[in-house]
Design a protein around this ligand. Sequence first.
Ligand code: F6R
Length: 242
Amino acid sequence: MKKIICKNEAEIAEISAAMIAEQIFIKRESVIGLATGSTPEGLYRKLGEMCKNGDLDFSGVRTFNLDEYYPIKKSSDQSYDYFMWDRLFSHINIERENVHIPNGECADPAEECIAYEQKIASAGGIDIQVLGIGVNGHIGFNEPEAELKMDTHLTGLTPSTIEANSRFFSSVGEVPTKALTMGMGTIMKARSIIMLITGEHKAAITEKIFSGVVTTDVPASFLNLHPNVTVLLDEAAAAKLK
Ligand code: F6R
């Protein structure tokens, strides 16, 4: 994994936006994998600005989000669907039919997951995937477990993830306990990956992913086996690296 230590979140946003822009310049109809959460918010603001200034054109781009709570209404302001439209899609010239987010309203999650994998495959696979990382090492909602799943699936969230995500809800009890998520195989098949890591609270997990060990206890450690991963981190997240 290539790592770039940045001065601050603004620099992470600049560099990651430039990487996405380069991908779109090379291939107008790029397939981009996206994450929610606090970490990519600066990147999304920057992409919105670039699009507004006419420096970036999303009209051919197709996107696939990593995950969504289950069950959840799209209209709920805690849904990842709502987050993505609020933070990014409403600010860029993307076609609605080119946006894909696992459907937290679906009646049959197993069917939804199979269909989601098929949509990614028929789009030609993901060219560039944006990732954040959980304090427990999860990517998407692939939580630390003895076995990790390959494909998009319905999963339970660990108490640490429920606790971490409770900041977006009025109480811990309101955080959904399940989610639909791309699997480890879905993520690892992306042709390139940008992982964004910020903050002191991510320093310990950052140290683990760069420790040279690959383990299902730290799902993000599998990114060490991928040929094209760039990790953009701020100094606080990089504090424990040698
Ligand atoms: C979100 C996702 C999660 C987050 C991770 C970090 O779509 O897949 O893996 O990237 O939980 O979240 P933040 O950025 O809020 O610390």
